[in-house]
Design a protein around this ligand. Structure first.
Ligand code: DGY
Length: 338
């Protein structure tokens, strides 16, 4: 009988992913809600054939050295893969897989939730009622906010999530303008969005929503100079990556009234190290990176992460591969996924 392959999973996964893995492999699982400490993770991955990791696990050269030559696949339970040294993995013939953009719609929902929460004082209103501060019933000037419908939404990055947000915005009768690396004529015709230059987007938008990937060019793409071009009534929404915004500049812009508010699901450092000035401000809504956190989406992500890993260990192309060049270095028996 063939020896079962050894797999390390850095966190308990919602959905059927873990049982899919356990049927075919010997699975060691890191239990609990916290990520494994670095030392603990390194110890656990030694000699493994596959790893299922999260955004919070740094899989670099050192980790690959410790894992050793048996490591065939790093399957990330995420869309982003900036926590993995992909070039190093490719050089070693290690497949790096991800859950692709199946979380686009779910993340677009949360983007809208943040827009509405910021503009309509949802969090403050909830606190107000709970804390017994609502003493006089309806009042003409209680918790006035900003309209979302028929305003202008500027989307930075028109990929799967950006376009899912744009479609929702049309339901709110919003004018959607966008700036993206690649112009999307298809979506311009289909949903009636308009391509503009970055400055125009900053100057015209009532809501600016970030959906671009993080890379050296997009790092701190929103900084002090960009805030100074925005409307004083503008809201910035970030459900992409914290490092897209210079967070110190954002805190200044929020404090000085340079912009009206912000809705953030992601931060430069996660978890947000306290005490952070943002936590003291009323014109910002803060969430703990839950863009894809629905039962349905997280469960689908577990199936994809498991299937990606099993495919590679079984010599079949994974469903979503980050580094296709690896196929030249260590080809699989079947180069097409199922
Ligand atoms: C990802 O998968 O990259 C997200 O940020 C987590 O939902």
């Amino acid at each position: 009988m063939l020896e079962r392959k050894k797999v390390y999973v850095t966190r308990n996964l919602p959905g059927p992913g873990l049982s899919m893995l356990s049927k075919e492999c010997d699975v060691s699982l890191h239990h609990g809600h916290r990520p494994p400490a670095r030392k603990q993770m390194l110890k656990a991955i030694a000699g493994k054939n596959g790893i299922v990791c999260m955004l919070s696990d740094r899989i670099d050269k050192e980790a690959m050295d410790v894992a050793g030559p048996k490591l065939e696949v790093i399957s990330s339970y995420s869309t982003g893969f900036e926590h993995i040294d992909v070039a190093e993995a490719t050089r070693r013939g290690i497949y790096v897989t991800f859950t692709s953009d199946i979380l686009a719609e779910t993340t677009a929902d949360l983007t809208f939730a943040l827009m509405l929460a910021c503009a309509r004082n949802i969090v403050q209103g909830d606190e107000f009622v709970r804390q017994g501060k609502w003493k006089y019933g309806w009042a003409p000037d209680l918790m006035l906010g900003y309209d979302v419908y028929r305003t202008t939404l500027g989307i930075l990055g028109m990929g799967r999530i950006g376009s899912a947000v744009a479609r929702r915005a049309k339901g709110f009768d919003m004018k959607v303008i966008y700036y993206s690396r690649k112009r999307r004529m298809d979506l311009e015709a289909e949903i009636g969005i308009k391509y503009v230059e970055m400055d125009e987007l900053l100057e015209q938008s009532d809501f600016i929503s970030l959906h671009t990937s993080l890379n050296p060019k997009s790092f701190h793409i929103i900084d002090r100079s960009k805030f100074s071009k925005m409307k004083k009534t503008a809201f910035v929404i970030n459900t992409a990556r914290g490092q897209l915004i210079n967070q110190e500049d954002l805190a200044i812009a929020l404090k000085s009234g340079q912009i009206a508010g912000a809705g953030l699901d992601v931060f430069e450092i996660e978890p947000l190290p306290g005490p952070d000035p943002l936590t003291k401000m009323k014109n910002v809504v803060l969430l703990p990176h839950i863009g894809s956190a629905t039962y349905n989406t997280r469960s689908r992500m577990s199936v994809i992460a498991a299937q990606n890993l099993l495919n590679v260990l079984n010599g079949i192309a994974p469903l979503y591969l980050v580094n296709p060049e690896v196929m030249n270095i260590r080809p699989l028996q079947s180069q097409t996924g199922n």
